[in-house]
Each structure stands twice: as structure tokens, then as C-alpha cells.
Design a protein around this ligand. Structure first.
Ligand code: ATP
Length: 465
């Protein structure tokens, strides 16, 4: 936990509240659970896959759809192994690992109690364990001096398992954008400044995964590489940082639970000139949600040198040739979805009963609307429900439920974040009108059947501001 005086309470005190809701309602399950699970991998259930897809869609909308200067890419997870040598990952994509001499458990040094705030220089000090008197947090046993542990997963390509066939599962999507810089720039005829956006799986053999989907070994990233003139990089960085922070707020994260933190000079990655993290106040402390990095010309220069390909850009306006600098925004789809879940969690009391709801932004909610019959024994009511449902489903995720009394049906939808419920009652058969109930205000409005979809679509539009 942080000791920052300006710290504020998390939206949900106990992580377990979110973990159990996720399991119970089908957002996230432990992977391979019937075999006892596999550490650091989680599976997204029927609601989780909707939420995560919506998060990725919202990111793509902000980063690609709504911009003229950014285009998309979907590069392979497997790349030429030389990419990772050139990028520096084979040499230095590692974390400091310490091992307990008695139970042989391994820990990431900077996550041990008492070592969370160490600088990068201290973390590399071979005497640091002794100096701080650090012990194994599980059995109190003595810990080894730290050593670097490379986080890349290796596998073999092709039918022969020899050293020549070793390849890596990508630990970030960014390299795919760098090696395709020329392909993208020439085919899309983009002029600087322009960006390449990617969403996709990445893999890291994390030493101490945990905190649910916060740190996994298989996860999804949402990364954008913005290519600029060298003299524009510093100013571009300052534009992207607030823009990325504002994206989380736009989709409902409370501003007071977001902050930015600049990396200290000795903490900067080998490629970075400047790095600032957007952090969120998780139940387990302030942690990185997304990083904004000024990577200089490191990536394109290195790839140009190692591949022999000229990756310079020719600026027709100034008639200059130069290697573009890169400002990167690097976030995680799982971490973002997790944050939206936590931050939207509400508990209140309605008529003496505890009500749990997820105040998710309508664009992120798994279902936008639920259609519910007041009396499922009346076939005409059920029939009308299905007609409304079929119409809604042409444009949005909608669901029907008749397996409980109406109060309980509302609670169920509240708990999974469905913004609106449409209820069909006996009167609906006469007046051809239905009730739309709002998740957050719980107010109800009666509208003609044929306007239901329009009303919902208008409300979704209004929620976008
Ligand atoms: P950390 O310091 O937490 O290990 P990082 O600084 O190495 O993260 P980046 O390499 O900048 O992270 O990755 C960009 C984003 O990808 C992170 O901000 C995070 O949202 C996501 N991410 C990185 N590692 C993981 C992981 N193991 N599980 C889930 N998401 C991750």
C-alpha cells in the first residue's frame, strides 16, 4: 500500500468483491479451473468478453476511428527472432528476481514488502537484500541476491526443436508497428505526424503475477506508436498524456482515483527519453494503468541498422531526410476493463435491501438493454417481449429474462451493469406502451412500443456527451 498523504480510498475496499462478482456473473473465470487452474491466466466469460470487446472498441474509436492521423495494424504474435535482439528485449527485458533458500519460492524484488519504493539503482544492488534485511514473506527464510530474469516466453517454430528454431511470443505489440513503419506509411500515404494503433495479445513470464487480471502472463495490449519529427516529440508527448488520462474519465473512472507519475531517470527503460504512467487507485494501491513514452529515434534507428533497411522519412516540405521519433501510448485491455469494473461498482440500499450495481458507461456495458415480462404466464406479453428484443438485437446487445419476479430481474441487470430495462406488462397489450427503467436513477418512463429502440439509441448517444 502506498504511504502517500494525498492517497484516497479505492472504489472497492476488497479485491475479493470484484473477483467473486466476476466469477458468479460470468465476467472472468480462472483458466483451466477443472484441472486446478493455471497461475496467471484468466478466461473471460459471456459478460467479460462483451466488456473487454467494448473497451477495445472504445479505444479504437478514440485512437483510430475519430482521428485522421492514426491507422490500425494487426501484426503477428510470432515475429522474426532478430526483432527481439534488436529491440533490446533479449538482452534486457528482465525483472529483479530473488529466491527463498528454504521453500524455493521466487519473488519479484520490487514487490516484496519493504522493497516497493526502491529505485532502479537500489534494485540492482547485489547487497540490497542484506542491507534491508529482507526475508521470504511466506516462511521467513533467507533470500538470494537479486538476479535478472528475462520475461520473454520462448517456443520453437517448425518441426525441428533446435536452437536455430527458437522464437518468442511477443511481450509487446509495439515492435510490429516499428517493423511495419515503411509498409504502413507508404501504403496509407500518411505524412508525419501519424500513428499506428494495435490491439492484441502479449505474453510475459511475470515472476509474481497476481491481483486477479492486473498482472497476467497472457494479456492484451492497446498500444499506439506516434511518429513525429524529432523536434516535435517533446510537445507531442505533452499532448498525449492528458488525452490518454481523459479517455479513462470519459468512460466513467473517477478523476480523483487517477494520477500521473513520472519515471525517475534511473527507472527509465533503455529506449525511453521520458516516461509517465497514468495510475489508478486499485484496492491494492496506486498502480500503472497505462504508460506514455517518448522513445526518441531508438526503435527505427536500431531496426534500420540491424535489418539494413532505410527507415528514414523524407519530409517533402523541408526536403529533409531523418529518422522519426516515437511517442508511444501503451495500455492494457485487461487492466482497463478491470479498472472500469472496479470503479463502477456501487452498493446502496433500496427499500431496506442491499442493491449492487455496476454504473458502467453504456458503451462499455455488456448488455445495453434487458427486456423483461411482468407476467411470464401471459403468452401475449412474452410474444411482445420477443418482438421488441428481436428489433433491439439488430442494433445492440439485448437480453431477455423471465426466470424470476420483476424486482429480482432488475437487481440481476443492475449487478451486471445493464443501463436500461424494458418491461412489458398487461397494460402494454392495450396501450402498446412499455416502461423503460434506468439503472442509476431507477426512474421509469412509459414509451410507445415502436419508439423503444430509438429512445435507447438516443440515450446511448447522449451518454457519449
Ligand atoms: P509493469 O511495470 O506493471 O510491469 P510495464 O511498465 O512493464 O508494466 P508496459 O510494458 O508499459 O508495462 O506495458 C503497457 C501496458 O500493458 C501496461 O500499462 C499494462 O496496462 C499492460 N500490461 C503490461 N504487463 C501486463 C501484465 N502482465 N498483465 C496485464 N497487463 C499488462
Amino acid at each position: 500500500m502506498t504511504t502517500d498523504d494525498r492517497d484516497i480510498a479505492p472504489a472497492v475496499p476488497e479485491l475479493e468483491t470484484i473477483v467473486s462478482l466476476s466469477k458468479r456473473r460470468g465476467f472472468v473465470f480462472p483458466s483451466s479451473e477443472i484441472y486446478g487452474g493455471i497461475n496467471a491466466v484468466w478466461d473471460y466469460g459471456p459478460l467479460g468478453v462483451e466488456l473487454k470487446n467494448n473497451v477495445k472498441r472504445a479505444w479504437w474509436k478514440a485512437m483510430v476511428q475519430e482521428r485522421d492521423d492514426i491507422v490500425g495494424l494487426d501484426a503477428g504474435i510470432l515475429m522474426h527472432p532478430q526483432v527481439w535482439v534488436t529491440s533490446g528485449h533479449v538482452g534486457s527485458f528482465s525483472d529483479p528476481l530473488v529466491e527463498c533458500a528454504t521453500d524455493h519460492r521466487r519473488f519479484r524484488l520490487d514487490e516484496l514488502p519493504g522493497a516497493e519504493n526502491l529505485t532502479a539503482t537500489e534494485l540492482a544492488d547485489p547487497k540490497i537484500v542484506e542491507k534491508l534485511g529482507l526475508k521470504c514473506p511466506v516462511d521467513g527464510g533467507p533470500l538470494s541476491a537479486p538476479r535478472r530474469f528475462n520475461l520473454m516466453f520462448q517456443t520453437h517454430m517448425g518441426p525441428v526443436e533446435d536452437d536455430a528454431s527458437v522464437i518468442y511470443l511477443r511481450p509487446e505489440t509495439a515492435q510490429g508497428s516499428y517493423v511495419n513503419f515503411k509498409n504502413v506509411q507508404q501504403s496509407s500515404r500518411k505524412k508525419l505526424p501519424f500513428g499506428i494503433a494495435q490491439v492484441g495479445k502479449s505474453f510475459r513470464n511475470e515472476i509474481s503475477p497476481g491481483n486477479f487480471v492486473f498482472r497476467m502472463r497472457e494479456f492484451e495490449q492497446m498500444e499506439m506508436q506516434y511518429f513525429v519529427r524529432p523536434d516535435a516529440a517533446a510537445a507531442t508527448f505533452e499532448e498525449w498524456l492528458p488525452r490518454r488520462r481523459a479517455w479513462y474519465e470519459q468512460y466513467g473512472v473517477a478523476p480523483q482515483r487517477l494520477r500521473t507519475r513520472e519515471h525517475a531517470p534511473d527507472e527509465l527503460a533503455h529506449y525511453a527519453k521520458k516516461a509517465v504512467d497514468v495510475e489508478y487507485r486499485f484496492p491494492f494501491g496506486w498502480k500503472e494503468l497505462e504508460g506514455v513514452h517518448n522513445r526518441g529515434d531508438f526503435d527505427l534507428s536500431r531496426h534500420a541498422e540491424a535489418s539494413g533497411e532505410n527507415l528514414e522519412y523524407f519530409d517533402p516540405a523541408t526536403e529533409e531526410h531523418f529518422v522519426p521519433w516515437i511517442v508511444e501510448t501503451a495500455g492494457g485491455a485487461d487492466r482497463a476493463a478491470f479498472t472500469f469494473l472496479i470503479d463502477s461498482y456501487r452498493e446502496d440500499e433500496v427499500k431496506g435491501e442491499r442493491r449492487v450495481s455496476l454504473a458502467l458507461h453504456p458503451d462499455l456495458a455488456p448488455y445495453k438493454v434487458a427486456v423483461l415480462p411482468l407476467l411470464k404466464k401471459r403468452p401475449e406479453i412474452v410474444e411482445l417481449c420477443h418482438a421488441i428484443l428481436a428489433d433491439l438485437k439488430r442494433d445492440l446487445m439485448a437480453v431477455y429474462d423471465d426466470t424470476a419476479a420483476i424486482g429480482k430481474l432488475y437487481r440481476r441487470q443492475d449487478e451486471i451493469g445493464t443501463p436500461w430495462c424494458v418491461t412489458v406488462d398487461v397494460d402494454s397489450l392495450e396501450d402498446r406502451a412499455v416502461t423503460i427503467r434506468d439503472r442509476d436513477s431507477m426512474t421509469q418512463e412509459r414509451v410507445p412500443v415502436e419508439t423503444v429502440k430509438r429512445v435507447i439509441l438516443d440515450r446511448m448517444d447522449a451518454a457519449r456527451g
